[in-house]
Design a protein around this ligand. Sequence first.
Ligand SMILES: Cc1cc2nc3c(=O)[nH]c(=O)nc-3n(C[C@H](O)[C@H](O)[C@H](O)COP(=O)(O)O)c2cc1C
Length: 164
Amino acid sequence: MLSYSKISPELYRDAMARYAGHVQIATADHDGIKRGVTVTAACSVSDNPATVLVCVAKGNAANRTFVEAGAFALNTLAARHQPLADVFSGLVPMDPDKRFEQGVWDKMETGAPTLADAAVVYDCKLVEAKDVATHMVLFGEVQAIRLGESAPALIYLNRSYHTV
Ligand SMILES: Cc1cc2nc3c(=O)[nH]c(=O)nc-3n(C[C@H](O)[C@H](O)[C@H](O)COP(=O)(O)O)c2cc1C
């Protein structure tokens, strides 16, 4: 077994690569400016009131849209959505507006873009945004949930996509 005491960003990333994460697209819409980011750094905080968090890079100016909108949605992806994950991670280069022409998007309560056939949608009001190191941690109180059909999940592990 290997253990290390000095935590460089590279070591940290190698360690996190061994952590399986469900892939989601975090979205927001501020006065018609839409933002969508492929994320795995998102999780449950509490069930009462229903609360989630997502971490988005502070250095990316486009991520200010999440704060300005005051709301965001977490769209949990099924395996068949991998092409969407590639668009919203920037792997497939596309103008920000064009990204939302991929897939079918609608709105629920908050106005954040919601993926019509997502495995799950958590539509959230932003209740707190906290800067921590390189990221903004966005806490959302869930205003509405949409459960999609049960389907194989899109998981990111060892720097590649997997289906569970
Ligand atoms: C599997 C995967 C997970 C990611 N998770 C996050 C995340 O949790 N938070 C984040 O800010 N960026 C994450 N990213 C990176 C963003 O998707 C990417 O940097 C961003 O969409 C680039 O945006 P831009 O092209 O609009 O600048 C992830 C990328 C991939 C491929």
